[in-house]
Ligand binder design. Sequence first.
Ligand code: ADP
Ligand code: MG
Length: 700
Amino acid sequence: MRTSLQTPIDYLKGVGPSRADLLRKELGIQTYQDLLNLFPNRYLDRTKYFKINELQANNAEVQIIGKIIKFEEIAQKRGKRLVATFKDDTGVMELVWFRGQKWIREALKLNTDYVIFGKTNYYNGKFSIPHPDTELLSEHEQNLRSSMQAIYPSTEKLSNRGITNRVMTKIMQNLFLETKGRFAESLSKNLLSDLKLITKSEAIFNIHFPKNSDLLFKAKYRLKFEELFYIQLQLILKNLIHKSKIKGFPFNTVGDHFNTFYKHHLPFELTNAQKRVLKEIRADLGSNAQMNRLLQGDVGSGKTIVALMAMLMALDNGFQACLMAPTEILSVQHYNGLKELCNNLNISIKLLTGSSKTSERRKIHEALENGELDILIGTHAVLEDKVKFKNLGLAIIDEQHRFGVEQRSKLWKKNTSPPHVLVMTATPIPRTLAMSVYGDLDISVIDELPPGRKAIKTVHRYDTNRLKVLRFIRDEIKKGRQVYIVYPLIKESANMDYKDLMDGYESIARDFPMPDFQISIVHGQMKPADKEFEMQRFVKGETNIMVATTVIEVGVNVPNASVMIIESAERFGLSQLHQLRGRVGRGAEQSFCILMTSHKLSENSKTRIKTMVSTNDGFEIAEVDLRLRGPGDIMGTQQSGVLNLRIADIVKDNDILQHARYHAKQILTKDPRLKSPDHTPILETYRQMAKYKNIWNYIS
Ligand code: ADP
Ligand code: MG
């Protein structure tokens, strides 16, 4: 029988049922294929041998040549341990076994040269290695085919049950013997030659048994490329299928509303980035496919006007449009802003939120259904079943991470055919991650701020410098500026945080007394109407200081506010700090962001603060955030496969990812069904992955 890589590992020589069970439970290895894909964590230089007198108390993994000169059984609380005295020409140390002593005593010979390998312990002036790998020196010399020894991922249970690294290596050798080390090629000949990649068989062999460091490097590169290539291939395919299967409404005309607005009412010249993004959106809307686009743009980059102009395209083609924002404050602001922009256009715009009155609601529902209403702006209230459109052509979601996937799909059901969807986010997702997580969406980026903005000056101040900071605030207020002071409220219910906020408010009220100063306060425990009232006082310039929690994080636009004080800044995450800072720097004046912290800062906090002080670039900040927190904490990654990568690293292997995506796209553009003979290996591999579900891990 020809061995298939789908054979269960139970059948592999050296495994057997009980080891197979352990490998399944501990490492999820079911088949030959899974075992081949158990890539080593690292490699040990097998040409390096330590002398006992060179050992250091650093728990290093070492390889030593020497002899066992005696065995001793030592009673301990439970059972006994076996201790061997191990000697080389520089000293003695101990080898210790807590289990399997009988077998060890029978198997190991006294006064014979062994190569032992393991992690050193240092205790009471003595070195020891618990459960070392042991190999007769004579055999070791014969077996030594590679100077680099693969070290496999392991678990405590595995090593306790005798599946040491040496056993794993032996099992792996058996696998290569049984398969003859020949594995079907999974990439096309063109890819191999264009990218100078080594073959699958060479790569798999060298990842497990590197012949030299050059081949190891090539093996890693090839396998990382392959892994990322198939994720990208899959995402791009999903996107293509989506486009061919899901018909969108084609918006063929650029009509009155758009043109009139563009020619006569645009309050400023669009930036090049805004123009480019509008073109991208226009192309999507004009095609026959449904648009599914993510618009990334740093705070203040001007996404709103782009949203409006996209909505005008919908209107010009006889469709309705809606814009959703995650909070009441934000949707009110959008509503006011857009209403003003559309003043001279003959358009009807309404606002629908949780606090809309019943009578108002009823009117809106009616106007939506009979088509009198052109644009609906609102919060989650828009998603309620009662809200029905006559013909919704475009739905825009601002600040997407507050909306779940489920809610997005609710939008789809608002029509016979799904509307075009534009998702806007000001939380820059690192490019690397966006490609993996949102690779099936099309992505547009506004990477340019409107002209004339002064870069926000960011500084770090310790709590002990508070007096100076207060003086600075007073000076800025004298110049007519407004100031935000933000407190962390990590959990809305946390009483401690709430107390901090109220204490802070009181002390600020003392430092900035009425009637010379007016202070607003906004936090999550207030009623929406009160929040709105306080917010509006600040927006209108009636108050000088806004004391708030992170409710003001998203979107709020007060151009005259030029100072952002963030209290306990060490408690905020990087992206949150960046979002908060984005509340200032919206007017013509020089703006400032002051990060207040205590003196006690973790390394991680220090890096966050330093990053904030050194750059205003949201993408750069997002990259640092990704490095600090890992992909697990970044929005959207949980459901996607980037956390289950076997060999590639989503952060470090960014370059390879770019190549992989580029080539996957090229191939699918030329040959979307992978019909050409050169692409057969790709098609086969893809089918195989789909069949054995490996690839579905990557679907979000
Ligand atoms: P965000 O991308 O954060 O939603 P906004 O759409 O709120 O940004 O825009 C921020 C501010 O910049 C607004 O006051 C807006 O009127 C202004 N703005 C947007 N685009 C331009 C532009 N091209 N030139 C000048 N000002 C602009
Ligand atoms: Mg916005």
